[in-house]
Write a protein that binds this ligand. Sequence first.
Ligand SMILES: [Fe+2]
Ligand SMILES: [Fe+2]
Length: 261
Amino acid sequence: MTTIQTWAERVFFGDTLDEKFLDCDLEITPDVEAKKTLWSDPGRPVELQVADRKDRKKLPKPSSLHDRNMRARTLHAFANHELMAIELCAFALLRFPDAPSAFRLGVAHILKDEQRHLKLYMDRMEALGTRLGDLPVNDHFWRTAPLLDAPLKWVCAINLTFEQANLDHAPMYAKYFADVEDMESSALMAQIAEEEIDHVGFGAQFLKQATPTGEKTFDVFINNLTFHNTADRARGRNFSEDLRRQSGLDEQFIQSMKEFR
Ligand SMILES: [Fe+2]
Ligand SMILES: [Fe+2]
């Protein structure tokens, strides 16, 4: 019988895509003996090693998305976000073995969602003629990882910065793809936006529980951010109050986020 610990180790350190996609039965034995694992770069297949800065490609401009190669390049960048999300979930399970089981199970479920998202992006990219690893990838989300030394900091970085921002980015890209009549890619982005609501919701719930009575959730959020995930990264150009509300973020948090400078 596998444990969350051994599953997370194989997903995190594995250097094949098969290991990144490894499944786990979450009805498992508790990880009583697990030790804390500090951050080191995850394993990656050769074609998904982080590229030198000079070799990386910028996210294509929305005005270029009539070109299928530019759409594939955009989806490749998003697929890499999903791959990093998988690894950061596995990392949380390894870094916080003694966190409450609700946290560990929640993260484990998100990890499985991110595996599914990666597969969806890979399938769509392949239909556009590009395979994962054909283009250089960055380590954008990894950079904050060594500083995430408590579950609350992990939640504030992953669920409440990167995933919160996706509540704005994903619907915007659903529209960009629809504008160039790529309805499959548009539907994919809409699905990602929909499922991101629960991931942000997990973070919102954790933040609420971690906020002392009489204090503001937004202040606790701000105090648990790190250099690489500042609050301005937690939103996109079209700020969606509605999706934030659906995720369970409180009204004061949403307005503070909207007005944050
Ligand atoms: Fe995702
Ligand atoms: Fe997510």
